[in-house]
Design a protein. Sequence first.
Length: 174
Amino acid sequence: MAAALVTLFVSAACGHLPWSGGNDLTAAACPAAAVLRPLAGTAIFGKPDMEMRPTDVMYYGVLSEIDAKCAVNGDTLQASLDIIVAAERGPATKADSVDLTYFLAVVGPNDSILSKTSYGVHVDVPRDSKRGAVNDHIDLTVPLRGLAPSALQIVVGFQQTQQVIDFYQHFRGR
């Protein structure tokens, strides 16, 4: 698992990631589902050429949890996923909403990335609030290719730009 996280973190940082039978959905039929902690947060700046100081952040994005319920139907896993995506106002924001993009990947044996898809969410933050959040619901179909669901992992994280990577290297407190 540690190797998978390192592989995903390094690949995501470089922008090179390729990427639960029946009708009763349960958590028991699911692969492990997790937010990749190194990629659970991101920072949004107003312009690509802005300074990379905490005072220049418009919004912080946070992936806080993923809940999965699954069913296996033959050689196919049907997963119903709920991902909580939050946004927190930064000092440089003047807007009441932000668009965030995260990825969802299915990882197989030997940390192989079987699939990866990006999803965009729009998060409104009420004027009188510092934070807002959405529950992003995704129905996912995964061909098992003879594998048991327990041989897979479902992971989510933010695809980081070089600007965000540099920001977090200089300001680790966020």
